[in-house]
Write a protein that binds this ligand. Structure first.
Ligand SMILES: [Zn+2]
Length: 107
Protein backbone atom coordinates (compact mmCIF):
# COMPACT_ATOMS: atom_id res chain seq x y z
CA UNK A 1 0.00 0.00 0.00
CA UNK A 2 1.45 3.35 -1.07
CA UNK A 3 0.34 6.69 0.39
CA UNK A 4 -1.01 9.15 -2.17
CA UNK A 5 -2.17 8.63 -5.74
CA UNK A 6 -0.08 9.29 -8.84
CA UNK A 7 -1.03 12.23 -11.02
CA UNK A 8 0.74 13.66 -14.05
CA UNK A 9 1.98 17.22 -14.02
CA UNK A 10 2.74 19.19 -17.18
CA UNK A 11 6.47 19.99 -17.21
CA UNK A 12 5.74 23.37 -18.79
CA UNK A 13 2.74 24.89 -17.02
CA UNK A 14 2.60 22.60 -13.94
CA UNK A 15 -1.09 21.75 -14.40
CA UNK A 16 -1.85 18.39 -12.83
CA UNK A 17 -3.90 15.65 -14.53
CA UNK A 18 -5.48 12.33 -13.78
CA UNK A 19 -5.52 10.12 -15.72
CA UNK A 20 -2.45 10.71 -17.85
CA UNK A 21 -2.86 12.88 -20.96
CA UNK A 22 -0.92 12.85 -24.18
CA UNK A 23 -1.07 16.61 -24.50
CA UNK A 24 -1.66 19.26 -21.89
CA UNK A 25 -5.05 20.85 -22.68
CA UNK A 26 -3.80 24.10 -21.20
CA UNK A 27 -0.51 24.73 -22.98
CA UNK A 28 -0.31 21.75 -25.38
CA UNK A 29 2.91 20.65 -23.75
CA UNK A 30 3.75 16.99 -24.24
CA UNK A 31 6.12 16.40 -21.34
CA UNK A 32 4.75 15.25 -18.02
CA UNK A 33 6.24 14.43 -14.67
CA UNK A 34 4.56 12.22 -12.12
CA UNK A 35 3.53 13.70 -8.84
CA UNK A 36 1.41 12.48 -5.94
CA UNK A 37 -1.69 13.85 -4.31
CA UNK A 38 -2.57 12.80 -0.80
CA UNK A 39 -5.89 14.40 0.01
CA UNK A 40 -9.31 14.72 -1.54
CA UNK A 41 -12.91 15.59 -0.71
CA UNK A 42 -15.73 13.16 -1.47
CA UNK A 43 -18.22 14.57 -4.00
CA UNK A 44 -20.37 11.54 -4.72
CA UNK A 45 -20.65 8.00 -3.38
CA UNK A 46 -22.03 4.95 -5.20
CA UNK A 47 -22.43 1.42 -3.96
CA UNK A 48 -21.74 -1.47 -6.29
CA UNK A 49 -24.10 -4.15 -5.03
CA UNK A 50 -23.73 -6.71 -7.76
CA UNK A 51 -21.08 -7.64 -10.21
CA UNK A 52 -21.95 -9.78 -13.19
CA UNK A 53 -20.49 -13.25 -12.93
CA UNK A 54 -19.28 -12.74 -9.37
CA UNK A 55 -20.68 -14.83 -6.57
CA UNK A 56 -20.13 -13.88 -2.96
CA UNK A 57 -19.74 -10.28 -4.02
CA UNK A 58 -19.52 -7.91 -1.10
CA UNK A 59 -21.08 -4.50 -1.74
CA UNK A 60 -18.35 -1.97 -2.41
CA UNK A 61 -18.43 1.77 -2.11
CA UNK A 62 -16.75 3.90 -4.70
CA UNK A 63 -16.52 7.65 -4.64
CA UNK A 64 -16.02 10.46 -7.04
CA UNK A 65 -13.55 12.74 -5.28
CA UNK A 66 -11.89 16.09 -5.94
CA UNK A 67 -8.22 16.07 -4.98
CA UNK A 68 -6.49 18.91 -3.18
CA UNK A 69 -4.82 19.58 -6.53
CA UNK A 70 -8.13 19.83 -8.41
CA UNK A 71 -8.39 16.51 -10.28
CA UNK A 72 -11.58 14.52 -10.24
CA UNK A 73 -11.02 10.81 -9.76
CA UNK A 74 -12.87 7.68 -8.80
CA UNK A 75 -11.55 5.78 -5.81
CA UNK A 76 -12.65 2.81 -3.77
CA UNK A 77 -13.67 3.70 -0.23
CA UNK A 78 -12.41 1.46 2.52
CA UNK A 79 -14.55 2.96 5.26
CA UNK A 80 -17.77 4.92 5.76
CA UNK A 81 -16.46 8.25 4.47
CA UNK A 82 -19.41 10.15 3.00
CA UNK A 83 -20.11 13.16 0.77
CA UNK A 84 -18.18 16.18 1.97
CA UNK A 85 -15.67 14.13 3.96
CA UNK A 86 -11.97 14.86 3.65
CA UNK A 87 -10.16 11.66 2.84
CA UNK A 88 -6.59 10.56 2.48
CA UNK A 89 -5.63 8.79 -0.72
CA UNK A 90 -3.54 5.70 -1.17
CA UNK A 91 -2.80 3.16 -3.86
CA UNK A 92 -2.91 -0.59 -3.66
CA UNK A 93 -1.14 -1.94 -6.74
CA UNK A 94 -2.38 0.58 -9.31
CA UNK A 95 -5.88 1.06 -7.88
CA UNK A 96 -6.67 4.29 -6.04
CA UNK A 97 -8.43 4.16 -2.67
CA UNK A 98 -9.50 6.60 -0.01
CA UNK A 99 -10.28 6.57 3.67
CA UNK A 100 -11.50 9.18 6.09
CA UNK A 101 -8.73 11.34 7.43
CA UNK A 102 -7.90 10.42 10.97
CA UNK A 103 -8.06 13.38 13.23
CA UNK A 104 -4.85 13.51 15.23
CA UNK A 105 -5.42 11.34 18.27
CA UNK A 106 -5.04 13.05 21.60
CA UNK A 107 -3.49 10.76 24.14
ZN1 LIG B 1 0.71 22.54 -19.67
Amino acid sequence: MTPGVTIWRCAKCRAGFFPERLLCPRCHGDRFETDRVHEAVVEEVSVIRHMLGQENWQPRRIASVRTSDGQLMTVGLVDEADVGAAIELFQDEAAPFGRAKRSPSVS
